[in-house]
Ligand binder design. Sequence first.
Ligand code: NAD
Length: 255
Amino acid sequence: MGIAAGKKGIIFGVANDHSLAWYCAQALHSQGAELAFTYQGEALERRIKPLAEEVGSPFVEPCDLSDDDQIDRVFTKLNRLWGEIDFVIHAVAFADKKDLEGHFVDTSRAGFQLALDVSAYTLTAVARRAAQMMTSGGSIVTLTYYGAEKVVPHYNVMGVAKAALEASVRYLAADLGEKNIRVNAISAGPVRTLAAMGISGFREMLKLVEVKAPLKRNVQGQEVGNTALYFVSDLSSAVTGEVVHVDCGYSILGM
Ligand code: NAD
């Protein structure tokens, strides 16, 4: 019996075995949770299916979160399978690569809308549907980054999207609290993933954290996964609307 035993939930955002969503999946599975997965588009299917098998998942479906019909379809199928869920992991973000280099001031309307839609609005789109299946309460966890709070070179429109995501966490927590549904965000330090490598200057960010952070190292994906496990488990039963930094202390330096 683990601290997530008896809990069932859905994970959005596994692209490969380096994804933060996958670290969350492994931590949750190790403590007894049952997991459902979605992936974005056919190209990822080949990678996700074997990972989902590794953790005994009965549910692996495509879902582009920018499409409401696809989200509805996934929740209808999940409802048929389990009827009730206990948690959601939302580990999804996207911006046009050209908006993650150069200057924020050059962000186009289309680039802004795309980044905010996929990286911020999708949490609300998912939370609304998930809440209907969380009949015994639940926990919704998303992933954010320090660039929401302070200007981080090249993070640009994604920083604005993460600020919207973090505000969404608080509003969702306020709305869903009376159903005993908790909503929290993990603000992770830089971890080498597919999405992260798209941010120009990412390697420099890793080096800077190693030198400056109080713990003098970068965070490991497993440590992000363990924090998601804490939020899904009853250990965090009185915690909601929070953004917790899992970044070896980097954010306390205020730079
Ligand atoms: P990743 O590339 O492994 O995961 C990003 C996921 O987003 C992918 O699975 C991708 O398919 C999915 N995605 C993008 N657009 C989508 C859409 N329209 N519909 C459905 N899925 C879509 O990278 P990651 O670093 O694991 O990113 C996960 C989350 O963690 C993101 O929110 C990211 O901003 C956040 N984060 C990452 C870091 C880091 O350094 N890696 C730090 C802090 C926060």
